[in-house]
Write a protein that binds this ligand. Structure first.
Ligand code: AMP
Ligand code: MN
Ligand code: MN
Ligand code: MN
Length: 278
């Protein structure tokens, strides 16, 4: 099992575990280098760092920034960032404010569709911090009140793009997100490139643009991905001069199909992104 996991979430975004719990689980799974990459938030990093020092593992400061590229939502992971960098901090504050605003709009739509006490219920799931509210919290609430059976169903029926409770987001653009990460001394990594539903042609266009805009790496091995997809991503990473990253995207108990440290090893031809911060 890989001992380097560069993608996971705590309850500072849509994960269910504290940073301390994540570190404990990482240790139990044999992970020795862990990056905490909450959605648009660096709030859990200090706690994760203390926990990692105490446990004797390495914590990489990370963040997963929501961004747009040609009207397409993408996720860009910043690894090895300095979270105190003003331009990054200010950018993430704006993203959080947009998140809170969107949360209320999604709740209004779901209330209209007959989902009771939606905003209060979702807020409670997000630690009563409106800035953390994500679609995964809405999905969990819809499961909890019996509207749907599984998180996936909540996205398919209500929260996915173009569905009745979807709200378009003014996320920052790709170039700005990459600039925040670079200014913060970090490495910009395109998250889960196979999950955007792009054709091979569009995916190549994204990778070219991402690399030319200062992106340094792409995720090649992500959890539950078929080996032919991982192999294709490995080939693309070499073709477009991108280092390769790997991670579980662990979210805790809400998404039991993801486990910390559980995903395939990088194919041999990849250039591991951690070579950049050894
Ligand atoms: P947000 O950043 O609030 O728009 O939420 C995006 C998050 O929702 C992702 O990071 C996943 O955790 C979750 N998510 C998106 N699509 C799905 C899906 N089909 N099933 C389960 N979770 C999903
Ligand atoms: Mn998530
Ligand atoms: Mn993501
Ligand atoms: Mn993620």
């Amino acid at each position: 099992m890989p001992s380097i996991d560069l993608h996971c979430h705590s309850l500072y975004s849509d994960g269910s575990q504290t940073p301390q719990q994540l570190v404990d689980q990482a240790v139990a799974a044999g992970v020795t280098v862990l990056a905490l990459t909450d959605h648009d938030s660096t709030q859990g990093l200090a706690e994760a760092h203390s926990a990692a020092v105490a446990a004797g593992i390495r914590l990489i400061n990370g963040v997963e920034i929501s961004a747009t590229w040609n009207n397409q939502l993408i996720h860009i992971i910043g690894l090895n960032i300095d979270p105190e960098t003003p331009i990054l901090k200010e950018g993430l504050v704006e993203q959080a404010q947009a998140r809170a605003k969107r949360g209320r709009l999604i709740a209004d739509k779901l209330e209209y569709l007959g989902v009771k006490d939606c905003w209060q219920g979702v807020l409670a799931l997000a630690g009563n911090d409106e800035n953390r509210v994500g679609r995964a919290h809405f999905a969990q609430y819809l499961v909890n009140v019996g509207r749907v059976r599984q998180l996936q169903q909540a996205f398919d029926r209500y929260l996915g793009n173009g569905k009745p409770a979807s709200v378009p987001m003014p996320w920052t653009d790709m170039a700005t997100a990459i600039a925040w990460i670079k200014t913060a001394g970090g490495v910009a990594v395109l998250a889960h490139p196979a999950r955007y539903g792009l054709s091979q042609t569009k995916l190549r266009a994204l990778l070219v643009d991402f690399q030319q805009t200062g992106g340094m790496a792409m995720e090649v091995s992500t959890a539950n991905e078929k080996s032919n997809i991982i192999n294709n991503l490995a080939v693309l990473s070499r073709r477009f001069n991108l280092y390769a990253s790997q991670g579980s995207d662990y979210h805790g108990i809400n998404m039991p199909w993801l486990k910390i440290g559980k995903f395939a090893e990088l194919p041999a031809e990849c250039l591991p992104v951690w070579d950049l911060f050894r």
